[in-house]
Design a protein around this ligand. Structure first.
Ligand code: AMP
Length: 277
């Protein structure tokens, strides 16, 4: 597995790879959710490129950029095993050199939910992904359903900017008790780790109500809110029952929906979602 740092090194190494090339962008501190995307890419691409970059532009000043967990040696082992060919590890100075002044703003789908709670977050995400796409020039790029709104933003940007890249979405990978895998789970102490299962339980309760015929969006939001409020250490930031593509809240569900939520467990902010079909 080759490692590169500069875009020039990346271009040279990429030119030697067989097409089609699959690309898995990450912020590192990898878990089986990331690995599942690599495996998915491996299945349908001749070569796989991964990137590890903790993108400062997608963190607000009050967020956890400095505390974000990092362990490059461990990450490299996790990528090598499922067969990544090339890892790009750019530095912040390479991605955002002095004088950098161009931003990608995806309107509409970036505005509610995560966009409302984390101003500037999706501008940072869209900008870095556009830059990564331009350097890597993959045929397919792999993203996790865990970050459902990010998927909608990236799909919109890919269409709008004519990137000739297929966006492939992998399912959310969970711990045995249902907690969605996340690099941020490492912030949880044992008591918080137990409490964090409330996100999955709240989604399961609302999902079961939907399966039993409930089609009122507000009723499903209320079920999730009540479930979370009944759990220890948990504070709701938002609960949502929205259109899967536009992320607009639904009163009545006609053609499926996205249930999503953001919850503080102690000081750690976690997100999760279920797609209702
Ligand atoms: P991150 O390193 O958190 O930026 O995530 C990199 C990619 O992995 C994104 O496309 C995420 O949606 C995806 N990802 C993160 N957690 C999971 C998970 N539990 N299951 C599947 N994909 C995930």
């Amino acid at each position: 597995m080759k490692q590169v740092v500069t875009p020039q090194e990346l271009r040279e190494a990429r030119a030697l790879l067989k097409n089609p090339v699959g690309f898995v962008p990450t912020m590192g501190y990898l878990h089986n959710g990331h690995v599942s995307l690599v495996k998915l890419a491996r299945q349908s691409c001749a070569s796989v490129i991964a990137s590890i970059f903790v993108n400062p532009a997608q963190f607000s000043p009050n967020e956890d950029l400095n505390d974000y967990p990092r362990d490059i040696p461990r990450d490299l082992k996790k990528l090598e095993q499922p067969g990544v060919d090339l890892v790009w590890l750019p530095t912040p100075e390479i991605v955002y050199p002095k004088g950098f002044n161009t931003w990608v703003d995806v309107e509409g789908v970036s505005i509610p939910l995560e966009g409302a709670m984390r101003p500037g977050h999706f501008r940072g995400v869209a900008t870095v992904v556009a830059k990564l796409f331009n350097s890597v020039r993959p045929d397919k790029a792999y993203f996790g359903q865990k970050d459902a709104q990010q998927v909608a933003v990236i799909k919109q940007m890919t269409r709008d900017l004519n990137f000739p890249i297929e966006i492939v979405v992998g399912p959310t990978i969970r711990e045995l008790d249902g907690l969605a895998m996340s690099s941020r789970n490492s912030y949880l102490n044992p008591e918080e780790r137990k409490a964090a299962t409330i996100l999955y339980r709240a989604l399961t309760i609302a999902g079961a109500a939907y399966a039993a015929g409930e089609r009122n969006g507000e009723a499903l939001r209320t079920l999730m809110r009540k479930a979370i409020e009944s759990g220890p250490l948990a504070t709701v930031q938002y609960v949502s029952c929205a259109d899967r593509d536009t992320l607009q809240e639904l009163d009545r569900i006609a053609n499926g929906a996205l249930l999503s939520l953001a919850v503080y467990i102690g000081k750690t902010r976690l997100i999760d979602n279920f797609v209702l079909v």
